[in-house]
Design a binder for this molecule. Structure first.
Ligand code: IVH
Length: 670
């Protein structure tokens, strides 16, 4: 049994050393922080229970790893320590109990809570107010002299502001890169085809340990102080006072420090966690410290960490796991997206088993292959993403992911337009995957607005092949629907009624409902305003389409390709034959109808016989533009009861004003 423990300790030490090297020397961790902490904890537990196997060089006996070659070594006169961790309220309570036991107090200790910045620790030494040296933590005793690099960080003063500084002042804090600056920098590096960074912390670490200070100067680094190293005289009696003094010297200090009693800390933690995603920099927890410096001294240190402080960690946002497979999902417009299937892993409070890969450029950029160990990140509510592939851990040959040649759902050929990252299924309406998405869009509120036909029903109807395209919806009968799973007589009638009511629509809604790629509501409206007739639109040449507002060459070509597909024309003809129609082509194109082209109409106040949207659609179908406010361009204002400012303005400007009765007369031209 005991030999097992010995081997276990040995293996853990070996494993942790490897992770230390990856993290500290290569800046390329292969596991997440919490996974690392767990390994370390396992080792601590074993070593505490079996002290006879404690090895002098165990990672628990020192902090961090050896400095990378290239920078001069610096010995820290006051060692740079690490922090103990707690992960929940119980563990935090135990920390408080240990403090109170030692101090013989209960609930009276003033604590401070501040964000635990996720960057890298830095010690900056000022002598007589001048910055003379800056060093990384290294192993806590010996770090790297990065003075030249640190001098390039704009927020760090080279000379202190206040005259009352002590002769020797070592400031300790964290170098970070803000999230937005990180994203912008990575974009710049990507544009230059240079190596990008996985996360802001690695970017900060990688940048600070750049050998060329000129490059460092281009990296957007920030620094926030959270403590002191060697000092020639005290700066205050409490940690919070010391932070204020540092601020007065012109040194940026860790923002968000609050004072609290032990029983208030839980609330502070939850508040900070809730704010996490909105903060400009990444934080991985909250650091709690005893505020009074004399009390800190009484409490002292255990091993390499102070007894007076602890880090209450947040749930991890990154962890490594294995890629089991890559699936391909087909969307409404036929876009085929690769999705990574992962060995399930607990991350940021939920179990994650898949991650988005966006497109094939991303697959190629990551060089991800099935079986790889991958680093997964989940921030806030965002869909999990693969941020890095541990290619160096690929233990045997693995084949690169191949672009699929046929649609995984309908087996139609896959197309890739020149210069586009997205690949698409060419199956259009025959592809079952697109069918569901297509129909979901068709029935949606802002399209044909068929209330009562939801995703579940569509799935059933598609599954039994009753609905292959939008026109099939209008062929459904209540009797047939009644036989379906969980569909009563009443609901079947309601569904058919809802489908029936949708027939009276507007041209713009109809065009939008067709789901032509890149034709959103606004474009559909512009097209409807320009073309009086669907046949004109279906035959419109590219150059003509491009004259429509908002329609450029790409959208125009999507419209053309859509109408060039015979099947699509058939479905449209079918829909119209089944009674789908809009005011313009039927009631509003008669010889008695007014021609409002070139006119601008504005609607205000309440309408009783129709909604404002309906009125706008009808006016547009007669050629008018419908604007939101009265201006010199306004031709007519339609004012209903309750009209206010717009009416006053129109009167003042001498704009023609009509009421709803007048409007109905005009629209009643059928
Ligand atoms: S105090 C003697 N305060 O966390 C204790 N550390 O896990 C010194 N860190 O090496 C640390 N934010 O790099 C302290 N507000 C904060 C911090 C903070 C980030 C880092 C620091 C330290 C590590 C320990």
């Amino acid at each position: 049994m005991t030999t097992d423990v010995k081997t276990q300790i040995h293996q853990l030490i070996h494993e942790i050393r490897l992770h230390d090297y990856n993290y500290h020397v290569l800046d390329a961790p292969t596991i997440g922080d919490s996974q690392y902490d767990q390994l370390l904890r396992q080792l601590i537990v074993l070593e505490t229970n079996f002290p006879e196997y404690l090895e002098p060089n165990s990672p628990t006996q020192r902090v961090g790893a050896k400095p990378e070659l290239g920078f001069e070594e610096v010995t820290h006169r006051v060692p740079m320590l690490s922090l103990g961790n707690v992960f929940d309220a119980d563990e935090f309570q135990q920390f408080v109990a240990r403090v109170e036991d030692r101090l013989n107090t209960v609930d009276t200790t003033v604590l401070t809570a501040e964000p635990k910045l996720d960057g890298l620790a830095l010690s900056i030494r000022y002598e007589y107010g001048e910055l003379v040296m800056a060093a990384t933590r290294g192993d806590g005793q010996t770090g790297e002299n990065v003075t030249q690099n640190v001098r390039t960080i704009r927020s760090i003063p080279l000379t202190l502001k206040d005259e009352s500084f002590p002769n020797v002042l070592e400031v300790r804090g964290e170098v970070v890169m803000k999230k937005l600056e990180f994203a912008a920098m990575n974009k710049r590096l990507q544009d230059l085809s240079e190596k990008t960074f996985v996360n802001p912390r690695n970017a900060a670490a990688g940048s600070l340990r750049q050998l060329d200070p000129k490059i460092v100067a281009t990296r957007p680094l920030s620094f926030y102080a959270y403590g002191l190293g060697e000092i020639s005289e005290p700066l205050g009696n409490t940690h919070s006072d010391v932070m204020d003094v540092l601020k007065a010297f012109g040194i940026p200090v860790n923002p968000g420090l609050v004072k609290a009693t032990p029983d208030q800390i839980g609330r502070v933690y939850r508040e900070l966690l809730a704010k996490r995603d909105q903060l400009p920099y990444e934080i991985d927890g909250m650091v709690v410290k005893v505020d009074d410096l004399d009390t800190q001294e009484i409490l002292g240190f255990v091993a390499r960490a102070p007894r007076f402080a602890t880090a209450w960690k947040f749930p991890a946002q990154e962890a490594s796991t294995r890629l089991i497979a890559i699936d391909f999902q087909v969307g409404r417009t036929g876009a085929v997206t690769p999705v990574a299937r992962l060995e399930p892993i607990f991350l940021g409070g939920v179990t994650v088993s898949s991650a988005t890969l966006h497109n094939f450029d991303e697959v190629a950029r990551l060089d991800v292959r099935v079986g790889d160990q991958v680093m997964v990140r989940r921030a806030g509510d965002v869909i999990p993403q693969i941020v890095r592939v541990m290619t160096e851990h690929r233990d045997r040959h693995r084949d690169p992911i191949q672009l699929p040649t046929e649609c995984p759902v309908c087996l139609s050929p896959i197309e890739r337009a020149d210069g586009e990252a997205i690949i698409r299924c060419s199956g259009g309406l025959i592809c079952q995957a697109q069918r569901l998405e297509h129909l979901k869009h068709f029935v949606s509120r802002r399209a044909m607005d068929i209330d009562g036909v939801g995703e579940r029903l569509l799935e059933i109807l598609i599954g039994i092949d009753w609905v292959k395209n939008p026109a099939d919806l209008y062929r459904l009968s209540a009797e047939a629907l009644e036989g379906l799973d969980r569909m009563g007589k009443k609901s079947a009638q309601n569904v058919v009624q809802a489908i029936h009511s949708s027939k009276d629509t507007s041209f713009a809604r109809f065009l939008y409902a067709l789901g032509i790629r890149d034709v959103g509501e606004a474009t559909a409206r512009n097209l409807a305003q320009t073309y009086n007739d669907i046949n004109q639109l279906m035959d419109a040449p590219l150059e003509e389409l491009m004259e429509v507002e908002d329609v450029g060459p790409v959208v125009a070509s999507h419209i053309r390709s859509f109408f060039e597909v015979e099947r699509n024309r058939e479905v449209i003809a079918d829909l119209i034959a089944l009674g789908v129609g809009w005011s313009l082509s039927k009631p509003y194109s008669g010889p008695n109808c007014a021609d409002l082209s070139g006119q601008t109409w504005v609607l205000t106040g309440t309408l009783t016989t129709m909604t404002r949207d309906e009125a706008s659609d009808k006016l547009r179908s007669l050629g008018a533009k419908v604007a939101g406010s009265v201006s010199a361009k306004t031709t007519v204002l339609v004012a209903g009861p309750g009209a206010g400012g717009k009416l006053d303005k129109a009167e003042a400007m001498g704009v023609e004003i009509i009421d709803e009765v007048g409007l109905m007369e005009l629209l009643g031209c059928r």
